[in-house]
Design a protein around this ligand. Structure first.
Ligand code: SF4
Ligand code: SF4
Length: 704
């Protein structure tokens, strides 16, 4: 095969650093990877999309979760099955695509056995994302012995994948700071507290009826923790979207996409289509553009995208076609996705098949919403643990709300430990803040255009009520105001005395890239316009050239010449592009299209979608048709459906297909009270059997 280099070479926000190169083979061909990267990253970097062929129908399987939760990326490594997304590449590895079911070698060698750890904990927190970290910090600052465990090799949860600046309140939740930097700040605070013990690379594998929690410490030693209080801050997982072709290699969730892009610095494709216009889809699309991926379009089934308008405007200004009131009908391709077909929907969200159009792409990013990872919490409650849920495991919201949720949970725990209600008012205040930070975007208010055309002034392209206020604290002359008790308010610029000096701090610091600066002082007819920019750009390439400029909605409004580009370390990876533009359009300019790419052509798609083709259980490849038939036969117990069809029996433990089976139940008119969900059983991930063996039973157990 022709070897490809799908590695990000230059990123506007992230440093591009790799370990030493090393050679490995895949299907007997030699490739180059790098130390410390996963097998999946190395394969995708080399243009390999197919990791295995399903044993049932030989369909090609590519990476799906990139998180160790399913087994679609299983490959054979030196004769053993391994998940490519979690296994670190080693020099000289012989990797083969898995073809059907694997058989283990006769001799497996000797495994080092470790004693089982038995440990008591005052408070145990599962999940070191924004909620878990903030809960630990709050508890740590009050001297509470806390054990914080996470399955990843670094703390921060999804924050470590977020290259954009966060919204919210600057005073309370680091608004204006990039997610990757918030993760570092919170992690450092955790390390400052000696009474917080952090176990990374340590997945929880089950909570048990004897009030113990099973953890695979350092991914190798089994530990049974006996916590007095258990906080579950396990975050959220993405919802799967059922449509024909949904398991083709190249169709991945937003979390997996961001992992490959922003952690592994590899490109899972060159032309992606995005499904879902909530914040997750809009942000992931922007991350793709930052990494150099062309976005062929975004479909949102609702009449408007549900994410923040500032996120939407950013990608519209970069030329991404937005298809609201559209749904995905199918994805097609032989061994990986080559096109998606979308169609408009009517008022009842039924697709209007006459409107179907096919869009070529080599990847589809699914951002169909999130669902809480709350199985541990539910089980812990069922078993009578003294337990709390925090962050997305409690309620899906922005990461800023999760930080506050962690603080609230910790305060509740502290009140319980002290047996006092002293903090009730404080908790109530934090609850109010959490609610504001969780708010859905509000009304749109467009302010009247300035008519004076003199002096210098910022233009706010931020027209929707969202919980955000960094701009209000950035102006040295205090010319921008957002009431401290109403951070949903749209910023107000008040400058009757003409004090604005054009310092552009408000332009640099706005996380929505929604502030520009128009300076009429040199030439009122052709003022300077300063706009923020976060894609790769080289001053020498753009200086003196004219580019198309767009208004807030991404509409082309004219051409403008680049007269300067400022990039300093203080600006934290946000560039300032200075343009000269006609006064007629200067205040409307919100974006510039430095890169022009011709979008792939759109053709009509002749075939009608066949929904029953859709694969519901991707691990065992069980179709909607098979599951629907069982439901119509009167089987409303998911455990029975599993026993008959194998749906839910795969490596992901039904995490992906359960919501989809419930959706089919609903479509078939089965009342929810008649539906029996999957029984949740440990282990939640696969772990080697030898982990439970001890060197000498009972004698070598470690008690702490
Ligand atoms: S450009 Fe500077 S002085 Fe003018 S409003 Fe923005 S921050 Fe204030
Ligand atoms: S203008 Fe102010 S409120 Fe609007 S996104 Fe920017 S920082 Fe937030």
């Amino acid at each position: 095969m022709t070897q490809k280099n799908n590695r990000i070479q230059n990123h506007p926000i992230l440093p591009v650093e790799r370990g030493n190169p090393l050679k490995f083979s895949f299907n007997d061909e030699i490739f180059t990877g790098y130390e410390n990267e996963t097998i999946a990253a190395a394969l995708i970097a080399n243009g390999i999309q197919i990791f295995q062929f399903h044993h049932k129908d030989h369909s090609p399987q590519g990476i799906y979760c990139a998180n160790g939760q399913c087994s679609q990326c299983m490959v054979m490594v030196d004769g053993f099955p391994r998940k490519a997304c979690t296994e670190i590449l080693q020099k000289g590895m012989h990797i083969q695509a898995l073809d059907g079911l694997y058989s283990l070698p006769q001799k497996v060698g000797t495994n080092q056995l470790h004693p089982i750890i038995h440990k008591k904990a005052k408070v145990m927190i599962v999940g070191a994302g924004p909620a878990g970290l903030s809960a630990a910090i709050e508890l740590g600052s009050h001297g509470i012995e806390t054990l914080l465990v996470d399955d990843k090799n670094q703390a921060g949860g999804k924050l470590v994948l977020q290259t954009h600046r966060f919204f919210g309140s600057k005073e309370l939740v680091y608004a204006g700071t990039r997610g990757i930097d918030i993760a570092k700040i919170l992690s450092e605070q955790v390390h400052d507290h000696e009474n917080i013990e952090l176990w990374l690379n340590s997945p929880v594998v089950g909570v048990f009826s004897d009030h113990k929690v099973g953890v695979l410490k350092d991914n190798q030693q089994y530990a049974l923790i006996d916590p007095e209080i258990l906080i579950i801050a396990t975050g959220a997982r993405e919802k799967s979207l059922p449509f024909p072709g949904n398991t083709l290699p190249g169709i991945i969730g937003a979390g997996a996409f961001q992992t490959l892009l922003n952690r592994d610095l590899v490109l899972p494709g060159k032309n992606f289509f995005v499904v879902g216009g909530g914040n997750v889809g809009l942000i992931a699309a922007y991350h793709a553009l930052q990494a150099g991926i062309h976005i062929t379009g975004l479909a949102e089934i609702l009449p408007q995208c549900g994410g923040y308008r500032v996120h939407l405007d950013k990608i519209k200004r970069l030329g991404v076609p937005i298809h609201t009131s559209h749904t995905i009908l199918r994805a097609d391709g032989s061994d990986h996705v080559q096109s998606v077909t979308i169609a408009r929907v009517d008022d009842l969200f039924n697709p209007i098949l006459d409107s179907a159009k096919t869009i070529p792409c080599d990847g589809v990013l699914i951002a169909a919403g999130l669902t809480p990872v709350d199985e541990f919490f539910q089980q812990a409650q069922q078993f009578g643990f003294n337990t709390y849920a925090a962050g997305d495991a409690q309620e899906i919201a922005e990461a800023s709300a999760a930080i506050v949720s962690g603080q609230i949970t910790a305060k509740r725990v502290l009140s319980q430990i002290d047996n006092s209600e002293n903090d009730t008012q404080n908790i109530q205040n934090l609850e109010n803040i959490r609610k504001v930070l969780s708010s859905r975007p509000g009304n749109i208010q467009v302010t009247e255009r300035n008519k004076k055309r003199e002096g210098v002034l910022p233009i706010f392209h931020c027209v929707q009520e969202i919980p955000c206020n960094p701009c209000s604290g950035l102006c040295v002359h205090h010319l921008i105001s957002i009431p401290s008790d109403d951070i949903m308010a749209i910023p107000d610029f008040i400058d009757p005395e003409g004090k604005c000096i054009g310092c552009a701090q408000c332009v640099i610091g706005c996380p929505g890239l929604a502030v520009t600066l128009v300076d009429y002082r040199t030439d009122a007819l052709f003022p300077f316009v300063t706009i923020p920019y976060e894609l790769p750009i080289d001053k020498n390439d753009v200086l003196g050239h004219s580019y198309p400029v767009t208004d807030r909605d991404g509409r082309f409004i004219g051409m403008a010449e680049v007269v300067n580009l400022t990039q300093t370390t203080k600006m934290n990876h946000t560039s300032l592009i200075k343009l000269i533009a006609s006064a007629e359009i200067a205040e409307q300019i919100a974006g510039i299209q430095v890169k022009s790419e011709t979008p792939p052509s759109i053709q009509d798609f002749p075939e009608l979608p066949i929904e029953n083709e859709t694969i519901i259980c991707r691990c065992e490849r069980v179709s909607a048709k098979d599951i629907r038939a069982l439901i119509c036969d009167g089987i409303h117990d998911l455990n029975l459906i599993k026993a008959i069809s194998r749906a839910g029996m795969g490596a992901c433990g039904g995490k992906t297909c359960e919501p989809l089976i419930l959706q089919i139940m609903k479509e078939e008119g089965i009342p929810p009270q008649e539906v029996v969900p999957f029984s949740k059983r440990p282990l939640t991930i696969e772990i080697p059997v030898h982990t439970f063996l001890e060197p000498e039973q009972n004698d070598d157990e470690t008690h702490e």
